[in-house]
Write a protein that binds this ligand. Structure first.
Ligand code: NAD
Length: 332
């Protein structure tokens, strides 16, 4: 069986996913949802998409009457994910949603509940959960190769350009660098350490309050404590380039990745040597695996379900809270 996918939001990342899906055997792009008729026309001819599989943001609830689409992949600005995912679920379609899954834990909980009630699967576009070098480090950690895990460091950021883009508009982005790029360190800390944080501390810095308005974070430093006693220290920023690095330290060894979250190839080494796993286009691998998760109930090595997206949102809420109060936030 092939997972028949409609992409919602035909922007930069939607285009990347569509191109990557050309190489998929188990997933196929068969539909689009867009507010721009000209883009729909262009995608129809580029990907042979029939008229009956084209929707806009007003009428996509009609997907419920379309048996030729199995799943909707939501790739729109962050603030739209919540309502769009719930509407797609109510139309009876499985949903893949880009990160961050929603703006906060409350939204995330509502999304998970709606998909459960509609009996559809909800997956989050965590492409690195299928990335071979990442999975090798997770395998080694589970195998005990690093010994007891003590420390993780994640540094994620880039200097953001155009001040008028949605990523710098609180209403559409729900925040700033943390929602967009820092989330990779939040998520990475969890899968590299292999535990869930029990406390969070965080500090925010802003050098340019004109570009980064109220509620749009420029730079945040954040720390987690884990049940085993391991700790992490991470940086999220929209104001520094060449920042894409993970470091994991244990009693018996280490892993270092740079780049660690970009489109790849990912590069890294451990105390045992260089990581040599083959690079495969992340979005191709992701969509192949997600097709198996949706159609065959396959379990991924690192989860990519709605609960996983929700865990990150709870931590992000705690990071923002700690920035505001200056206090340590306990997660239970
Ligand atoms: P983009 O600006 O390139 O595309 C967004 C698309 O949404 C555009 O086509 C735009 O027309 C459309 N849109 C629909 N309603 C809109 C509205 N009300 N306001 C503004 N635009 C609207 O952005 P992008 O880079 O494609 O990001 C989209 C989503 O994908 C974000 O949630 C982002 O975090 C995520 N993303 C994930 C990755 C990844 O590696 N997993 C990479 C990039 C982006």
């Amino acid at each position: 069986p092939v997972l028949r996918v409609a992409i919602m939001g035909l922007g930069g990342y939607g285009t990347r996913v569509a191109e990557a899906m050309k190489a998929c055997k188990k997933a196929k792009l068969v539909g689009v949802i867009s507010g721009t008729p000209a883009k729909i026309k262009e995608w129809q001819s580029k990907y042979q998409i029939p008229e009956k599989n084209c929707y806009n943001y007003e009428n996509f609830d009609d997907l419920k009457d379309n048996p030729d689409i199995d799943a909707v992949y939501v790739i729109t600005p962050n603030a739209l994910h919540h309502d769009q995912v719930i509407r797609a679920a109510k139309a009876g379609k499985h949903v893949i949603c880009e990160k961050p899954m929603g703006l906060n834990a409350k939204e995330g909980e509502e999304m998970v509940r709606a998909c459960k009630e509609a009996k559809v699967k909800l997956l989050v576009g965590y492409r690195l959960h299928f990335e071979p070098k990442t999975l090798e480090i997770v395998r080694m950690r589970r195998n005990g190769d690093f010994g007891k895990i003590l420390f993780f460091q994640g540094q994620c950021g880039f200097r953001i350009g155009d001040p008028n883009q949605w990523r710098l508009d609180r209403a559409l982005a729900g925040g700033g660098s943390l929602m967009d790029i820092g989330i990779y360190a939040v998520n990475g800390a969890r899968y590299m350490v292999g535990e869930e944080p029990i406390w969070v501390t965080a500090q925010e810095m802003k050098t340019d309050p004109v570009k980064f308005k109220e509620g749009v974070d420029e730079t945040i430093l954040f720390q987690f404590g884990f049940p085993s006693g391991a700790v992490s220290s991470c940086l999220s920023t929209y104001n520094m380039n060449n920042l894409d690095r993970f470091f994991l330290n244990g009693e018996k060894g280490f892993a270092e990745m740079q780049p660690s979250t970009g489109y790849g190839p990912i590069a890294g080494r451990t105390h045992k040597g260089k990581l040599t796993q083959q690079h495969v286009t992340h979005q191709t691998l992701q969509m192949e695996e997600m097709a198996s998760i949706i159609l065959e109930d396959k379990e991924s090595i690192i989860p990519v379900d709605g609960e996983e997206g929700l865990r990150d949102l709870k931590i992000i809420d705690a990071i923002y809270k700690s920035c505001q109060t200056g206090e340590r936030v306990e997660l239970v």
